[in-house]
Design a protein around this ligand. Structure first.
Ligand SMILES: CC(C)(COP(=O)(O)OP(=O)(O)OC[C@H]1O[C@@H](n2cnc3c(N)ncnc32)[C@H](O)[C@@H]1OP(=O)(O)O)[C@@H](O)C(=O)NCCC(=O)NCCS
Length: 386
């Protein structure tokens, strides 16, 4: 069916928007192909228009994000024309294990935008999934220059939940260009983990993640679970060792087999300057801006934990990870830190580009009490599981 025929079938009138009002319902397994198509074809707006894709099956990435993982879909004319997702994460809040929902993948087909009523219905349904053992708010993030989404979601419109800002979040794209040897040998020994080290790595993650809001809980089994951590092996972990003790760790996690980031376009200004920016990037060893429709060949820097946030330990770990990434032919390594996280500045010592988002606690009016203490600690959601 070509585009025109599809729109006719959806009830499009000759001169304008479709007449059918989308209805909202829980997604089922049979919606998978249409949901993935929506993710591909409806990038987030901004200077760099990014689509976060979930090929070949959205369910693989869903298990990485949280459990339960539920999506609502908007349907019109028998087709899926919108999606929104909520995954429940096992994290630390104020140093204690808690369950917190994470909202993501809100996408509405461009022919069905500009209608508030279905969006309100979608939020009501999606947030009704929150159970009693979960916090009374969810976490989410919006790209800072996605003004279309922020205009709607920050407006405190009646019937929509409140988006309480929790600060800025940086997605750092580090370049592995010319990384053919370790650069920062600052005396901190970094070694590749083996199965026998996983228990100690989980302990390092646990004691450090308690110091941050929304950092994930870890146990030895969960680290390499084929369900929750597909594609991750013990040998993807690097650990810094001092006096026989693991004092820092991270992992290089290639998720491109089930989760892709694709640049779908640029703002007019950035498209114009892209060749020049890429020329400079080559010299400075910073990441180049890929051609539209190109997937970023990257791996995540996940499971970052450093005792005392020691910059030397972190530099040595990232250095080792970049070298491995280069050997594995990842052009980029992606890390994520809140603006106030002590390790963010340390990570910028490497050739990088920084993409800013905003974090929010999403709650219904009257539930503000649950947020009172959140600002006490720095947020550290795991970028590889968002
Ligand atoms: C972000 C997205 C879901 C928003 O949906 P949308 O239908 O485009 O939302 P709109 O901005 O049109 O808002 C819907 C209606 O709400 C009302 N509204 C939105 N913002 C408002 C504000 N600040 N004040 C008053 N009313 C407002 C308006 O009635 C608006 O319709 P109108 O603009 O035709 O008058 C959609 O644009 C999309 O899928 N974008 C691509 C992917 C994306 O960026 N996802 C978000 C990731 S966080």
């Amino acid at each position: 069916m070509d585009g025109t025929a599809a729109l006719r079938e959806l009830g499009t009138i000759a001169s304008g928007a479709p007449t059918t009002e989308p209805s909202v319902d829980w997604a089922t397994d049979s919606d998978d192909a249409e949901v993935r198509q929506l993710l591909r074809e409806n990038p987030m707006s901004g200077n760099i228009q990014l689509s976060l894709e979930r090929e070949p099956r959205a369910a693989i990435a869903a298990r990485v994000e949280g459990h339960p993982h539920r999506s609502v879909v908007w349907r019109a004319g028998g087709r899926v024309v919108g999606v929104g997702t909520r995954a429940v994460m096992d994290v630390f809040v104020d140093g204690q294990p808690q369950r917190v929902g994470y909202l993501s993948q809100l996408r509405i087909h461009r022919d069905f935008r500009g209608r508030l009523r279905p969006i309100l219905a979608g939020y009501r349904l999606l947030l009704s999934a929150r159970s009693r053992d979960e916090e009374a708010y969810d976490l989410t993030s919006i790209l800072e220059d996605n003004l279309a989404a922020r205009r709607l979601l920050e407006a405190q419109l009646p019937g929509l939940p409140r988006y309480r800002p929790l600060g800025r979040f940086s997605t750092l794209v580090l370049s592995t260009h010319r990384y053919s040897r370790r650069r920062r040998s600052n005396g901190v020994p970094v070694v590749t983990a083996e199965d026998e080290h996983l228990h100690e790595i989980a302990q390092c993650l646990d004691r450090n993640n308690r110091r941050f809001q929304f950092a994930r809980q870890s146990d030895r089994e969960g680290l390499l679970s084929s369900e929750h951590s597909p594609g991750l092996a013990a040998t993807d972990f690097r650990m810094a060792v001092r006096a026989g003790r693991v004092v820092g760790c991270l992992a290089l996690w290639d998720q491109t087999a089930f989760k892709q980031t694709v640049v779908r376009g640029y703002s007019r200004g950035l498209a114009f300057w892209r060749p020049a920016i890429n020329g400079v990037a080559r010299v400075l060893c910073t990441p180049r801006l890929p051609a539209p429709d190109e997937a970023l060949p990257h791996a995540f820097l996940s499971h970052v934990a450093v005792d005392g946030d020691d910059p030397d330990v972190f530099l040595a770990l990232v250095d080792a990870a970049l070298l491995t990434a280069r050997q594995r032919r990842h052009l980029y390594v992606v890390a994520g830190f809140a603006e106030t996280h002590p390790l963010r500045v340390t990570a910028t010592a490497f050739g990088h580009r920084e993409v800013w988002s905003r974090l929010y606690a999403v709650h219904w009016p009257g539930e503000e009490g649950a947020l009172a203490e959140l600002a006490r600690l720095v947020p550290h959601p795991e970028v590889a599981r968002l």
